[in-house]
Design a binder for this molecule. Structure first.
Ligand code: FNR
Length: 371
């Protein structure tokens, strides 16, 4: 269908389910075992209700904000996801160009289908002034051969990437049965990790086969080692309880991303929103100490705005950006425009004109008071 008939993230998902190859759809859409967390990630947002404040002049609204000091046009970003080239030949490069043209931050995965240098280069070609460009972050999976990770971190820093995001919620790959069932097509490579999707006796699980380079021995002490490899700000992605959030704070990391890997790692792990509420109860001081991001199941401007009201600096979207790539860079830009309109409309409806006015009072969380 033509791009102008696509009105929501759901429309993009619908097209992707019909046009991506069966392997690509299985890899992108799959989640761990019974996929409870994948569905809960989104459905929990519907149980948070707004407390709109009315009769305010909402003609002019701004969605601008900052992420680790970098200016961005919108409070959402591209979460790191492997192998975008399976959806479009330009993959992460098309994502980078779309994000650059709209002022959106992108986090590039260690399992990206292009080397980081090529992705950075794709944006540089756009010719936009360096100063106005949104930041690129790099997501790290620690390689069992640590020297490879050290070299990658040095390369990333030299390329002008603005932060490193260490993923901590996938020491091993989750059990994703849809991904196992569909055989891999061959020739699928992740150049930075050296991963190659194939088939083995157990099946065709791309996540499992491509994730086999990841070092499961990583522990809190290794944060020091990563700090020694580069000077960039460090974010931990995949934090799922207040105790670990506090550990991260004590270690002095610059930010945490509350995430369950889109439900792909541990089924029945908690949606990020619940962890965000846990932080309000157990360590409210954390919101002044570092930036908190959330991802998982974010599909609407209202989802984005609720997370921001509850204290998130910005939120990530994984699958929706991969699905938008069915239309290449134009699809990415269209997705960003859709979400931008939705964010602006919901801001007006609850009485906000800038994001720094957002606070928890705009959201009624009683229905999800699990703690
Ligand atoms: C991911 N995710 C992910 N995370 C990460 O840190 N490194 C990675 O390489 C990947 N790869 C990846 C591949 C695919 C196909 C998906 C769908 C996801 C997780 C990702 O960053 C993010 O946490 C989730 O995608 C967020 O959930 P939604 O927005 O997809 O619901």
């Amino acid at each position: 269908p033509p791009l102008d008939t696509i009105l929501s993230t759901h429309d993009f998902e619908d097209v992707a389910s019909r046009t991506l190859t069966p392997k690509t759809w299985a890899f992108y859409s799959s989640a761990a075992t019974d996929c409870h967390t994948r569905s809960l990630n989104n459905s929990l947002f519907h149980r948070l209700l707004f407390r709109p404040r009315l009769l305010r002049n909402v003609q002019r609204v701004s969605t601008h904000t900052t992420i680790l000091g970098h200016h961005v046009s919108l409070p959402f970003f591209v979460s790191p996801a492997a192998m975008a080239r399976m959806a479009h030949p330009e993959g992460e490069k098309a994502l980078a160009r779309g994000c650059a043209s709209r002022g959106v931050m992108q986090c590039v995965s260690t399992n990206a289908s292009f080397p980081i240098g090529e992705i950075v280069g794709a944006v540089a070609e756009e010719g936009e002034g360096e100063g106005r460009r949104p930041p690129l972050f790099f997501q790290l999976y620690v390689n069992r051969e640590r020297a490879k990770s050290e070299a990658l971190l040095r390369e990333v820093e030299a390329l002008g990437v603005k932060a490193v995001v260490l993923t901590v919620d996938a020491p091993v790959a989750g059990k994703r049965e849809a991904d196992e069932r569909v055989k891999a097509e061959g020739g699928l490579r992740a150049p930075m990790s050296g991963g190659e999707a194939g088939n083995d006796k157990k099946g065709g699980g791309m996540g499992r086969i491509m994730g086999s380079f990841v070092d499961p021995t990583v522990r809190w002490e290794d944060i020091e080692w990563i700090r020694r490899c580069m000077k960039l700000p460090l974010v931990l992605k995949g934090i799922q309880c207040a105790a670990d959030a506090k550990m991260a704070m004590e270690m002095g990391v610059d930010g945490i991303m509350l995430s369950n890997h889109g439900g792909r790692s541990l089924d029945t792990s908690p949606p990020a929103i619940l962890v965000l509420l846990e932080l309000h109860k157990c360590c409210p001081e954390i919101f002044d100490k570092m930036e908190i991001y959330v991802d998982g199941g974010i599909r609407r401007g209202t989802d984005i705005l609720k997370a921001i009201c509850l204290g998130a600096t910005a939120v990530g979207l994984g699958r929706p950006f991969l699905y938008s790539l069915a239309y290449g860079q134009e699809g990415v830009e269209h997705l960003i425009e859709i979400l931008k309109d939705e964010v602006k409309t919901s801001m007006r409806m609850i009485g906000l004109t800038t994001l720094d006015q957002a606070h928890p009072g705009y959201v009624n969380t009683l229905d999800v008071d699990y703690l």
